[in-house]
Design a protein around this ligand. Structure first.
Ligand SMILES: [Fe+2]
Length: 280
């Protein structure tokens, strides 16, 4: 990839970039549209292909190369972090992470308002005890594909939840690194939000990086307040609910099977009370 990092304006850099792009095109790493942009820019060493790539929603190949390094560092730090945890599911999530981590990285950066508003506060809290992981997340965040989890009808999950969370899949189906029937990602929920009772087929590990926050495992059961770094394992269809405290809820999550089956809300009569509750 070194030819791709020649500075714009350097003699011969336009042709060098095009040659490197052609190599990648021939092995199916870039689209004909991206190759065409490098072809157009090849005649002019001073022509930066980046604005043209941005127009079609692509990152430059040089940025892709450095973004990949940053992304792989995040995977490494995530696995190093998970290795410090004990409890059900941790070994399974790590085994699959290590099975798939060597796959190709495809960056599709997509920003999100919840991430812009709250990730900084969550990482500041995490950095106090886990600086390397906080730095790895901060560096990779602009390259991640952030989306709200939107499989629920809004009338059931509530508008506050719909607008107050976002996640990025790191390794999984449609994730930055592809995998089958597995999903490893980062999830962020805004302060004080209630993630109402729900269940899903996927067995799930939550590794919360911030805290405290409340959990319950079925409507009518008591709220259990947990600190950061205390993992939660949910067997298939185990009901669970999360009440976020004053610090944004930031977690690594792992789904180890049945990832295509959407989660379902479980009705409960006390959500208004829990939504008004302030922890800490
Ligand atoms: Fe869940």
């Amino acid at each position: 990839m070194s030819n791709l990092s020649l500075p714009v304006g350097a003699k011969g850099s336009g042709r060098a970039r095009y040659a490197a792009a052609m190599d990648l095109y021939q092995v199916g790493q870039i689209s004909p549209q991206v190759l065409e942009i490098y072809r157009i820019a090849s005649a002019l060493d001073g022509q930066d292909p980046e604005p043209m790539l941005a127009e079609i929603g692509e990152v430059s190949l040089a940025e892709q190369a450095s973004g990949e390094e940053i992304f792989r560092r995040l995977i490494e730090e995530s696995d190093r972090y998970l290795a410090t945890l004990t409890g059900p599911g941790v070994a399974e999530v790590r085994a699959r992470l290590n099975l798939w981590r060597g796959g190709p990285v495809t960056l599709r950066p997509c920003g999100n308002a919840v991430i812009a508003a709250h990730l900084g506060d969550a990482l500041a809290a995490l950095a106090v005890t886990h600086l390397a992981l906080a730095q790895a997340i901060a560096a990779a965040a602009p390259y991640l594909t952030w989306h709200p989890y939107d499989s629920y009808p809004i009338a059931e999950i509530g508008a506050a939840f719909a607008d107050g969370q976002a996640y990025a899949s790191l390794i999984g189906e449609d994730a930055t690194i592809p995998a089958k029937d597995y999903d490893l990602g980062i999830f962020l929920i805004a302060p004080h939000l209630l993630y109402r009772d729900h269940h899903h087929a996927a067995p799930e590990l939550y590794a919360p990086l911030t805290g405290p926050h409340g959990w319950r495992f079925g409507p009518g059961t008591p709220l259990i307040v947990k600190p950061a770094h205390m993992p939660v394992w949910n067997d298939p269809h185990r009901p669970h609910m999360t009440k976020v405290g004053a610090v944004p809820f930031l977690a690594l999550f792992g789904w180890t099977a049945d990832v295509r089956q959407a989660a379902v809300v479980i009705p409960a009569g006390d959500w208004a009370e829990l939504e008004a509750l302030r922890l800490g």
